[in-house]
Design a binder for this molecule. Structure first.
Ligand code: SF4
Length: 925
């Protein structure tokens, strides 16, 4: 061997030793999988043995351990093995739904899109029935009998659908017909698939039988917990035909404690003779060397920041305190993945994960929403098409590759160039083909990088394309609502592959066979860990129970408990985080699993508090320059089709960046705050409009108002039935609404007669910015009426707000706008009304702010009040004197907003951020 070859050989050995030294997952106790592989090596199991593990993540860890031990055995998951021994091929969900629709269609007589919503639920039920080897026909027959009994007892047959919100509201006869047909439907659907050699998961597994060649293999089943009957049956058949061995990853600490649900399934397995030898008596659980910390944090995101900060800590020797390869971050469900990935995005830590990530949390979702809006405008031939093109362009820009082709994605933003870019996509046949063309182009020009933010979004783009591909395979086109509904609620599989060196991010219920020296548990709050689960089903609890089908929440609880206790077995440094109760986050209680740990173990758990001040990560301010692209989006307010509302101007005054997100990028987010209060306000306005709408342009006197009081109840019912959002607490809301509307009518009765000029009156007017540009302004005022020759601009406020105003200039002061919101809005309406009708008006315009809650106070007077340079306030009876200074302030504000050199910046007032829906983007939570 030459000196040169010797040198490189030595170097490669050093690198190999270094990688595997760093890649040791535990230091104190050998990982379970290494123990198993070591045992198999010692017992001279053939290198051709096949190791079978519960899931893909476990398989990757196993592959790494086998490679490290230089053991050549193959490794697979149980489901892969069963599929390869099944007579059936697994079909995609869309393909299954199409086939099911062909059978169900004549019964339901619905279009496919409507059927698909509940067809999925039925498919899930079929899947569970087959996975649990249950007689589905007998089960559905029992269901029919139960429904018939209920119908006889005058319980509406639709009660059965209570849990399944998306089901159609069939009439009684039709729904009973449906229940009656279910046994036959199940049997014929299943038989049809078997004839075709196809199936859904449960069916494929139930048709799996070990093939004869399995006799030549040594099968080693490692680290299982819950086994569905269909899996247990397959394993039993394997055991009868081949050499098998079982290894259970457990600890006597919870296995022998009958009340600890972590050992629920394993205790059942231990009862079976052929499984018993695989249980080891060794225990590591109560190792006194373990360090266990429970830390209370102020917010959900603070715990993520605390973990990421811990990962950056160094020992006195300057080495990382927690080597990524020996560390896992454990979550339950996908909620915390969003802030976690966000915090890890700019850290150069290698990751290993296989998780389910919410698709709606990606930028790609925003892009596809915009592409869909663009399509809608294109089909309708609207002008807004260019605004949507520019918006897609702005959102896509960070992902566009800097290649010659990528440069094509950055044309100057004039309409003609944009059109030439989007036209080939827009002229495809239908929505799906258009999206497929556009998104395929974007995928082909996606920037090449391994940085987390881009990897997540590239995965999202791939997920989106395969979702569209799946739809196209089964249907020529679909409606926008159907397309977005399915997509928004979808989770995408997300995988990063560094099994040896990476920091593992794992869902606790998927953590089979994984061991680490350091484990960080996030979200150790009740309701989060285990995560609450709800699964829609046609099958009621009592029938599930009597036929042996488990409840989803019980399964989730037992799996999470097992994952949690199992990860604690060999770990030495354990950190749990839970969120304290605060005004923004109502969680607060520690997870029952952690509480149980404090009672049933001998571990010394140290509790601590983590304050936000400890965070070391500097957060860069966000400044959005008004580039051509941004100005193009902003300029939509220069067309009459888009108006700046008082809410938009208030958002700008509160925080220019918030305005940019909400009104320029149009990123729709659910507003933070009390949702019941928001619903109350919306419903109150709706009820008042319904009551008064028939009397527009008529005089309303006291007797009319008294009549209206008799309609309050029915109008509330109408408004609630028409509500687009599910009502949270309907009884309470009904009672509150009745009280508030009645109080409002009492006030109207006392102030009658008045002439109603309009309810929910939409107004729109332009204001010249300079010689060339004029901005469109508009809004909807709750009610306008005339009383004693005074025109009242009425605004109902169900929440708290201020009715006292200082100098008019203070309405444009960003530091005071939160206090002055309601006044700004009403002055804005008064100005709009005056500028539209001023020339014909010989009457006073009065801003009439009504705080509905204060109607119950004895001396309450509606209106807006101004100080007389002292402590005394007078009510503003006529806006005349205020309109000019208000217009001057408004114009100055608009000039600032449309000034291209002034960027959109963040507010300095953190109290505004506390209720801002974009707080995550700014990392001010
Ligand atoms: S979080 Fe604060 S800074 Fe960011 S957009 Fe919202 S209000 Fe503005």
């Amino acid at each position: 061997m030459s000196a040169c070859i010797c040198y490189w050989y030595l170097i490669s050995i050093i690198i190999f030793v270094k990688i595997y030294k760093d890649a040791m997952k535990t230091i104190t106790h050998q990982p379970f999988l290494e123990e198993v592989v070591g045992y198999l090596n010692r017992s001279h199991r053939p290198n051709t043995a096949l190791v079978i593990v519960p899931n893909q993540l476990s398989m990757e860890y196993c592959g790494f351990v086998c490679h490290k031990a230089k053991w050549q055995a193959g490794c697979t998951t149980l489901h892969q093995l069963m599929r390869s021994h099944s007579k059936l091929t697994l079909l995609s969900t869309w393909a299954l739904l199409r086939r099911l629709y062909a059978s169900v269609g004549p019964i339901s007589q619905e279009p496919f899109e409507q059927f698909a919503r509940w067809g999925r639920i039925l498919l899930e039920d079929f899947n569970a029935i087959d996975s649990y080897l249950i007689d589905g026909v007998a089960l559905f027959e029992s269901l029919y009998k139960q429904r018939t009994r209920e119908a006889r007892c005058h319980q509406g047959p639709l009660d059965a659908f209570k849990k399944v919100r998306s089901l159609p509201l069939w009439k009684e006869k039709e729904s009973m017909g449906f229940w009656e047909q279910l046994p036959l439907l199940y049997a014929s659907f299943r038989e049809g698939l078997i004839r075709e050699g196809k199936g859904y998961e449960g069916l494929c597994y139930s048709m799996a039988q070990p093939l004869p060649e399995i006799r030549n293999q040594a099968l080693v089943f490692v680290g299982f917990n819950r086994l569905m009957p269909v899996e247990a049956e397959f394993i039993k058949q394997c055991q009868a035909m081949a050499s098998t061995a079982f290894f259970w990853d457990t600890d006597p600490h919870y296995l022998d404690n009958l009340v600890n649900i972590a050992g629920h399934y394993l205790r059942q397995h231990r009862e079976k003779k052929w499984f018993q030898s695989g249980f080891s008596p060794a225990t590591y659980f109560n190792d006194p060397g373990k360090k266990v910390f429970l830390t209370e944090v102020p917010t959900s995101v603070a715990q993520v920041q605390a973990v990421v900060a811990a990962l950056a800590e160094k020992t006195d020797e300057g080495k990382p305190r927690f080597l990524p390869s020996q560390t896992a971050i454990v979550v339950s469900g996908s909620d915390l993945l969003i802030p976690l990935f966000d915090q890890l995005a700019d850290r150069s830590i290698p990751l290993h994960c296989r998780v389910s990530y919410p698709f709606h949390a990606t930028v790609i979702y925003c892009i596809v929403e915009r592409l869909v809006q663009l399509w809608e405008s294109f089909v309708a031939g609207q002008e807004a098409i260019y605004t949507h093109m520019a918006a897609v362009w702005v959102l896509w820009d960070p992902f566009a590759a800097e290649t010659a082709q990528g440069a094509a994605m950055r044309p100057p933003l004039d309409g003609r160039m944009l059109r030439s870019l989007f036209d080939p996509w827009l002229h495809q046949e239908g929505l799906l083909a258009y999206l497929q063309a556009g998104l395929t182009y974007m995928y082909g020009h996606f920037i090449e990088t391994d940085r987390l933010f881009w990897v997540v979004n590239k995965t999202a783009l791939r997920h989106l394309l395969s979702y569209i591909e799946g739809l196209i395979a089964e249907m020529a086109d679909c409606s926008i609502a159907f397309f977005l509904h399915g997509l928004k609620s979808s989770n995408m599989p997300f995988h990063i592959d560094h099994p040896a060196t990476g920091l593992y991010i794992i869902d606790v219920a998927e953590s089979y066979n994984l061991d680490f020296e350091n484990v960080f548990f996030l979200g150790m709050n009740e309701g989060c860990f285990p995560k609450r689960t709800h699964q829609d089903s046609f099958l009621p609890y009592d029938l599930c129970y009597s036929f042996g089908l488990p409840l989803a929440d019980k399964v989730a609880e037992q799996q999470t408990a097992y994952g949690f206790y199992r990860l604690l077995q060999r770990a030495q440094n354990i950190y749990g985080y839970y969120v304290q109760k605060n005004h923004l986050d109502a969680a607060g209680e520690i997870s029952r699993l952690w509480t149980q740990l404090t009672f049933d173990s001998q571990l010394n758990i140290i509790t601590a508090h983590h304050s936000l001040q400890l965070l070391d990560r500097p957060i860069a301010p966000i400044v959005i320059q008004k580039s051509d692209a941004v100005m193009q989006l902003l300029n939509r307010f220069l067309a009459a089709s888009s108006r700046l509302t008082p809410a938009a101007l208030i958002a700008y005054l509160s925080c220019p960046l918030q305005f940019y997100f909400r009104y320029v990028l149009q990123l729709k987010q659910k507003a933070k705050g009390d949702s019941e209060m928001v619903q109350l306000g919306t419903l109150f306005h709706d009820v008042m409009a319904r009551l008064y709408q028939p009397f527009v342009d008529m005089q309303v006197d006291t007797s009319r108002v008294m009549q209206l009081k008799g309609q309050v109840h029915s109008k509330i019912e109408e408004a609630m039935a028409a509500s687009h959002t599910p009502i949270g607490a309907p009884l309470l809301l009904r009672a509150l609404l009745e009280k508030l509307v009645t109080a409002m009518l009492d006030l109207d009765g006392a102030e009658a007669p008045f002439t109603l000029l309009g309810v929910e009156v939409a107004m729109q007017q332009s204001m010249a910015l300079d010689g060339e540009r004029k901005v469109w302004l508009g809004g909807v005022v709750d009610r306008i009426d005339r009383r004693h020759h005074v025109i009242r601009m009425i605004d109902y406020k169900t929440g708290l707000s201020n009715g006292k105003v200082g100098p008019i200039a203070s309405l444009f002061d960003p530091t005071k706008i939160q206090k002055n919101k309601a006044i700004f809005q009403l002055f804005f309406y008064a100005w709009l009304f005056h500028s539209l009708h001023g020339a014909d008006l010989h009457q006073s315009i009065m801003p009439y702010l009504i705080h509905i809650r204060e109607l119950f106070l004895k001396d309450y007077t509606p209106g807006i009040f101004q100080s007389d340079h002292g402590t005394h306030y007078h009510r503003i009876e006529d806006m005349q004197a205020y309109l000019q200074p208000f217009e001057t302030g408004l114009k100055a504000l608009l000039l600032e907003l449309f000034n291209p050199v002034l960027p959109f910046v963040q507010t300095a007032d953190l109290t505004i951020c506390a209720y801002c829906p974009y707080v995550r983007i700014c990392q001010r939570d």
